[in-house]
Design a protein around this ligand. Structure first.
Ligand code: SAH
Length: 557
């Protein structure tokens, strides 16, 4: 429902809070003693704070905090540490944490038991680092009781935020009025009414649970019979649709997505069943699920298979076989240098367990790989391309910076996973497909269809980032596509008139594919975790709006 797009427009984004908090205490005019007091007040020893300030300078409170957290991990006594391979190597660890990697902090049960801070302060600190306010953290701790896990506390906070966001008075006052034309007016009246009902019901309780193992209706590598599924009537095509977003979204998000997308159950799949990196995503679609087939050759499924050169340097105590979710940014040179020093302090044999734990935590958080003795490095862009199933150099050239490459890749589809779901289109559309690609990014869907051997007769691609549009256009030219690529900038510009014209000129769409931005949903970006009503995440409602319009217009035709 469109209304929901704007409910956070007057709310202060979480990141601003975090930065404001840091700046208000550490702004250039503030004395060093005030800065020391700030961190001592968070529970760090004064000596360490002074050392961290000396190392980072007074201006950057975020890196001071990161250094302090690193110190506190390194300072823990070795006897208290458990061997890292027994605590984190289980798939459970990945299930719970891989998409939950805050950029600068990793929280685990072990840290709680070994840190010198009182548990309560440690928990508040951990929640504050995730971007929650201390008020939110305190209320959640009070309501959930002592000993609650971070997951329980964040669930509570998210539920409270969603309840706040669902306030209907707030909605009506804050929403700008979208321009509507033709039948859109009637359509929107209907949808708004239906949507409102839907929005109210999600507070009744979440119905969607994440499956374990996260293999959806099946993956090529796990042999199990395809289950039967019947689609709700309203979900039937044409066109087919395929919507994607992060699986580990705040509570209630998938319930809302499901309600809007015609009550189709999401299919949750972790790409670790397809390649060497985890990527837990939910897919809502009305495609058949029988007779799927994978892209060949099957991609490498372990780190060593994917990155054979790293095997030589891989220490036996690093028991990782899969990478965590590939993110939009990478670990810094400062971090890998700090790790090298920590390892070189212990040249004889294996490093002590507390150092192993520190190193492995950072490796998991930043997907670091071994490139030499005691030398770790973030993945190169072309390695990320390969892991995600894109052709080598897909995002390279044409003036694109490395930062932009990581960003675009971090947001993209895992091609093998998506291709497996889309493979059924090959028999359905032997002559090729007409694709409406919303939030195309670097063209994960287009690449998947092409690699499946499905001709792209027409692609209408809607993508805000010029960098990404250039990547798709360049791929289109390099692969000598015979069809027609039409691009648009902004999904919000696609109104009923535009769509009607487009559908008239291309003769309708066979499938509408899109993964709207997850900025306000993803665990790795807790600072902005406003849920589906966040500034970017609310673009989901545009996916629904456009899909529903396409369905209507095509039905009318
Ligand atoms: N599935 C894509 C990536 C989706 S990430 C892939 O395989 O690469 C979400 C994308 O939505 C980003 O590329 C972002 O630039 C784009 N986006 C954000 N706001 C948008 C808007 N208003 N209109 C169109 N695209 C938008």
């Amino acid at each position: 429902m469109y209304i929901c797009l704007f409910i956070h427009s007057n709310h202060t984004p979480r990141c601003v809070y975090l930065h404001c908090e840091a700046n208000s205490n550490t702004g250039s005019g503030t004395s060093q003693s005030k800065l020391i007091l700030h961190f001592v007040g968070m529970g760090f020893p004064e000596k360490l704070v002074a050392q961290a300030i000396e190392e980072n300078g007074e201006g950057n409170s975020e890196s001071i905090l990161e250094t302090l957290l690193t110190y506190s991990v390194l300072e823990n006594s070795p006897q208290q540490q458990k061997p890292s391979d027994s605590d984190h190597s289980s798939s459970d660890y990945y299930e719970n944490f891989d998409d939950d990697l805050s950029d600068s902090y990793s929280w685990s049960e072990d840290e709680e038991s070994t840190d010198s801070l009182p548990i309560k302060d440690k928990t508040v600190l951990a929640l504050a680092k995730m971007g929650y306010t201390t008020d939110e953290a305190s209320i959640a701790m009070e309501r959930c009781g002592p000993g609650s896990s971070i997951a329980e506390l964040t669930d509570f906070i998210c539920a409270a935020q969603m309840a706040k966001a669902a306030d209907p008075f707030l909605l009506d006052e804050e929403k700008p009025k979208p321009k509507r034309k033709f039948f859109e007016n009637e359509l929107w009246k209907r949808k708004r009414h239906r949507g409102c009902d839907r929005r109210m019901t999600f507070e009744d309780g979440e119905t969607i649970r994440l499956p374990n193992p996260m293999i959806g209706y099946g993956v090529p590598t796990e042999l199990c019979p395809t289950p039967y599924r019947s689609l709700p009537e309203g979900a039937m095509g044409p066109p087919y649709f395929y919507y994607e977003n992060v699986a580990l979204a705040p509570k209630g998000v998938w319930d809302t997505i499901k309600r809007f997308l015609y009550d189709v159950e999401p299919e949750f799949v972790d790409s670790k069943y397809f390649c060497a990196a985890a990527r837990k995503r939910g897919y809502v679609h009305n495609l058949p699920i029988n007779n799927r087939f994978p892209l060949l050759p099957l991609p490498p499924r372990t780190i060593h298979e994917a990155l054979p050169l790293s095997r030589r340097w891989w220490p036996s105590w690093d028991t990782r076989t899969k990478l965590n979710c590939l993110q939009t940014c990478i670990g810094s040179a400062k971090l890998t240098e700090r790790i090298r020093k920590a390892l070189e302090d212990h040249q004889e044999g294996e490093p002590p367990l507390h150092v192993q734990k520190y190193v492995l935590d950072e490796c998991r958080k930043w997907n670091l790989v071994w490139v030499g003795r005691n030398k770790l490095a973030p993945l190169e862009c072309d390695e990320v391309e390969m892991l995600l199933g894109f052709p080598k150099n897909h995002t390279r050239g044409g003036g694109i910076s490395r930062t932009d490459r990581y960003k675009s890749l971090g947001n993209s589809f895992q091609v093998d996973t998506v291709a497996y779901h889309l493979s059924v289109l090959r028999d359905l559309f032997p002559g090729g497909v007409k694709l409406l690609s919303l939030f195309s990014g670097i063209g994960g869907a287009e690449v998947a269809l092409h690699r499946l051997g499905i001709p792209l007769k027409t692609v209408v691609s809607v993508e805000k980032s010029e960098v990404n549009r250039n990547i798709v256009r360049s791929w289109w030219e390099q692969t000598n596509q015979k069809g027609n690529l039409i691009d648009f900038n902004d999904v919000q510009e696609l109104d009923g008139d535009r769509l009607e014209q487009l559908i008239h000129s291309v003769g309708g769409f066979d499938i509408v594919i899109g993964g709207s931005p997850c900025n306000n949903l993803a665990g790795s970006n807790r600072h902005h975790r406003d849920g589906l009503e966040g500034k970017e995440s609310s673009l989901f409602y545009d996916y629904f709006r456009i899909l529903d319009l396409v369905k209507c217009i095509m039905a009318k035709r």
